[in-house]
Design a protein around this ligand. Sequence first.
Ligand SMILES: Cc1cc2nc3c(=O)[nH]c(=O)nc-3n(C[C@H](O)[C@H](O)[C@H](O)COP(=O)(O)OP(=O)(O)OC[C@H]3O[C@@H](n4cnc5c(N)ncnc54)[C@H](O)[C@@H]3O)c2cc1C
Length: 511
Amino acid sequence: MSEINWKIFDTVANLMILAEQIAIIVANSHCQPPISIIPTQNTIENNADHCTHIIQTALSSYNQQQELINDICLFSMTYAQIAERDYRLFFKHFRNERIFNGVNVINHTRIPHPLTNARSVSILIVGGGISGMVTALSFARAGIPVRLFEKKTEFGEIGAGMQLAPNCSRILDRLDVLKQVQANAFFPKQIVWMDALTGQRLTCIDLGAKFIETFGYPYIVVHRADLFNAIYQACLANSMITMETDRTVTSVDERPKSIMVECADGMRYDCNMVIAADGLWSSLRKFVCDDGAPISAGYVTYRGTIDIKQVSKEAGLENVQFWIGPDIHLVQYPIRRGESYNQAAIFKSKKIPDDTDEWGTKEELNQRFSIGCKHVKNALKSIQTNFRLPVYDRNPLSKWSRGRLVLLGDAAHPMLQYAGQGAAQALEDADVLVTAYKKYGPLKIDSVFREYEQKRIPHSSKVVQFARDIGTFAHCDGVAKIVRDKILKEHDIYDYEFLKWIYEDHQKDRK
Ligand SMILES: Cc1cc2nc3c(=O)[nH]c(=O)nc-3n(C[C@H](O)[C@H](O)[C@H](O)COP(=O)(O)OP(=O)(O)OC[C@H]3O[C@@H](n4cnc5c(N)ncnc54)[C@H](O)[C@@H]3O)c2cc1C
């Protein structure tokens, strides 16, 4: 460094010399073991502030600054390559810097771990919710080892009740966890549709012997945590599954023969296949398709469970009850072997959920449901109001994969909760993905994904639309409501034709 005259930083060529020096220092200080290039005696680090000042004064134009950054990138990349570093990630970090801040930028740029430190993983699942967990179990049951990363510090589900339709139970059965789930479930006799305003019974779906005979499995309702725990315990007991908490995946980088995953703690994993099961707010979805944020039509949910003793007998303790009215509905059913009672009140807020506190307020909840019948108003008194949940979905995608990355569960097809199918569809995703993987193997990931997408995208997209239609049907008013009520009242309670496309087994031909 001693031969460099700081006063002559008036050309890019001169600055390139500086860039080279910086690159050597950066590469050296982050390389394990150090590379063989001999470092300069007087490091720039000792003169960081001075260098920054000189460079900023000399290169006052933004274009010149950008040019310099690019040059530094080029040099750094060369050295990083020598050091067997992941030069593409390294390069990206520099490219992302908008404003040149001289040496400080480089000193403060987080350098990825050297490539030699990246661990090799065959199948990585990102997200330890119901989808990720069930995918892990599906692979493991097929004798295929997987690794799962969850960003939270502990595994677990909170929340309230869930309805598990026969298509969900079928897959839980294949995974050998249905008995555990059923042990804590409640078996309703009917799904009853009620008019939330008049209190009149509109129709029901009978869930008795004929239903079970038609679909092979009963319709059950559970606490979300009980479903999760049954799957989680099975995963824990399976040596094919490695699960890690406190691991937030921040980026994926496609390579010729693998996909590199980077976590927030800087750890990197060189994978053959990555399954993004990271939920509604998936951060990996954008690597497949950047379609923005989930969609809200303004509906908000308040939900929770209460002790069954607090519930009046009139509530109909044997059934799932679906109270419907203009822009509102209330869902009620017992869970946990009938010891708790689940309630969810949904209504359309005047304001689309945003980062203010003004949407879906408690006042609005009470005001919206004030049009309800006596039963609905009574139920509202025991609805928990400490937590509100916006209702979201997304428009279906035509592709769920890119390279070696594939979406699954809510990350792929978040849907309105009205059809009680979100988790069920995720279970079907896992089932189909594993079947395709077994068929084509790890060397034909593109064929695995093609079959998975062909089987799952059209079907789940229909379910997304079905859930929207239920919302429109349930929340209508005026003439539409009159027509709807007539249709419902004429419905044969043992007619399951309209449900067959969802509840039937789509993998009958599986090998
Ligand atoms: C009110 C309501 C009622 C519902 N009722 C039903 C029902 O009756 N029946 C039904 O089948 N479905 C129902 N659903 C849908 C169902 O709950 C969801 O479809 C399902 O839980 C989605 O699971 P998931 O694992 O895909 O997503 P999530 O549960 O969101 O899990 C994603 C996980 O990924 C983790 N994660 C996120 N980003 C990262 C990252 N970068 N790195 C590592 N980990 C990450 C998260 O911490 C989380 O644990 C309902 C949904 C709602 C909201």
